[in-house]
Design a protein around this ligand. Structure first.
Ligand code: CMP
Length: 138
């Protein structure tokens, strides 16, 4: 059924000038852009967004990375958009993400403690609603 998902273009995507190309792929797939914002995240926002990763070895590097520059936050809508966007994004590890996906085409390992993998997409209806509340407070 019709769903919403939160998409983030992470600081690597914005700083490399890929935000427009990434959003264009999602729109070209047929999903509707419903909300859009360019912002620098607040630490508390990231702590809420990434609560499930607290304590993992990549948690602090992940927060540092996500604070390192502006991100694009977007809400996309459509039938099965949650799984559809995750298919477009590709696997978490950009080195092995399939060519044809956002991460597979634009990403690679930069030898850092965090995977700089260009985008985030919600993984369920519940997390989408929770995450949209974090990034679009109004
Ligand atoms: P994301 O889908 O936003 O969710 C958590 C993020 O942590 C993930 O994308 C990657 O950027 C990063 N990440 C996940 N697993 C690892 C890992 N094993 N090593 C480094 N970074 C990771």
């Amino acid at each position: 059924s019709a769903e919403r998902t939160l998409v983030l273009v992470k600081p690597d995507g914005v700083s490399r000038g890929l935000a427009g190309a990434i959003l264009a792929r999602v729109e070209a797939k047929g999903y509707r852009l419903a909300q859009l914002n360019l912002l620098t995240a607040k630490r508390e926002q990231l702590e809420a967004h990434y609560a499930e990763h607290a304590g993992k070895p990549f948690y602090e590097p992940l927060l540092e990375f996500m604070l390192s520059g502006p991100v694009v936050a977007a809400v996309f809508e459509g039938e099965r958009v949650i799984e559809g966007f995750r298919a477009l994004a590709g696997a978490t590890d950009p080195t092995t993400a399939a060519p044809g996906t956002i991460r597979g085409d634009f990403g690679r390992d930069w030898g850092l403690k965090v995977q700089q993998n260009l985008v985030h997409g919600s993984d369920s209806v519940d997390s989408a609603e929770r995450e949209i509340g974090i990034w679009f407070a109004n």
